[in-house]
Design a protein around this ligand. Sequence first.
Ligand code: FE
Ligand code: FE
Ligand code: ZN
Length: 300
Amino acid sequence: MILGCHVSFSNNQLLGSVEEALSYGANTFMFYTGAPQNTFRSSINMDYVESAWKLMIDNNINIDNVICHAPYIINLANATSLDKWQFSINFLKNEIKRCEDMHVKYMVLHPGSHVSLTREEGIKNIIDALNYIVKDDDKCMILLETMAGKGSECGITLEEIATILNGVKSKNIGVCLDTCHLNDAGYDMSKFDEFLQIFNNLIGIDRIKCVHVNDSKNVIGAHKDRHENIGIGTIGFDNLVNIVHNDKLKDVPKILETPYIGEDDDDKKRVYPPYKFEIEMLKNKTFDNDYLNKIRAYYK
Ligand code: FE
Ligand code: FE
Ligand code: ZN
C-alpha cells in the first residue's frame, strides 16, 4: 500500500519533507512548494533535492508516488480580472517546472471557483486555462481534485470533472479523489465500489492518480469541506479502510490531510500530527478507540 500524508516543505525543502514522512512511517507524501495560501516561492535548492532523492532510495520511497499541491488561492475559473487569471496560469506553469526539476510527477489542483460568473463560464475558463498550461510532454501531470462544493467551487460532480477533462486537448492530466470532499459533495463513501464503477464509466479509472484520505465532520451532501481525523467523522473507519485497501486503486498513492490534534483546544498551545497513528491503523485495519490520547502522550 502506498500511504502517506501532507508534510511541510519549509525545513530544508524536499529533504525536510522526506524526513518528516519517514518519521510517520509513510512511504509517500504530499507537500506545497511554499505556503498554500500565497504565491511567494523561494528557489529550489538542488543540494537538498539530491539529498532527498538519496534518502528516498535508502528508505524505499518511490519519487513517482510523491505529490505536490498547488496553492489554493490560484483560481483558473474566474477570468474577470485577466491579469489575475494570467498570473494563475503563469504561476502554475512555473510550479510544473519546479516539480519537474525535483522529478515530482504529480501536482494536485483545485479546479477553481466561478465567484460572480455562472458555473458554465467558470468551467469554460478552467478548460481554456488548462489548454494553455497542460502539454503532452510535461513530466509533471496536473491532477484535478474533486471538490466539496463549498461556495462557488467547480468540479464537485464527476460530470463536471469529466466536462473539464474532455475540454482539455492533452490527455496528460488526471484526477485526485478526496474522500471528505466526495462525501460533502453527496457521494456515499460506504458504496465505494459503485462509485468507482460510475467513475470508470464517465472518466476511466486509470485517470485516478492520487486519493486524499480524510474523514469528514459533516453529513453526506453538506458542501462544507471540513476534514476530520480517521474514524472520528461521518465516513467512518471501516469505509476508509475499504478505500485504502481497494484492489482497483492498489498502485495509487493515498495521502492523509486530517487535522492536527489540539487545534480545537482552547489555548491551541500545542498541536500534534496524527499521521503516524492514522497510517498504522489504516495499514493494520484496526481502529484504536484511544488513539487521539495516545498521540498527545507520544509527542509530549
Ligand atoms: Fe486540496
Ligand atoms: Fe484534498
Ligand atoms: Zn478539503
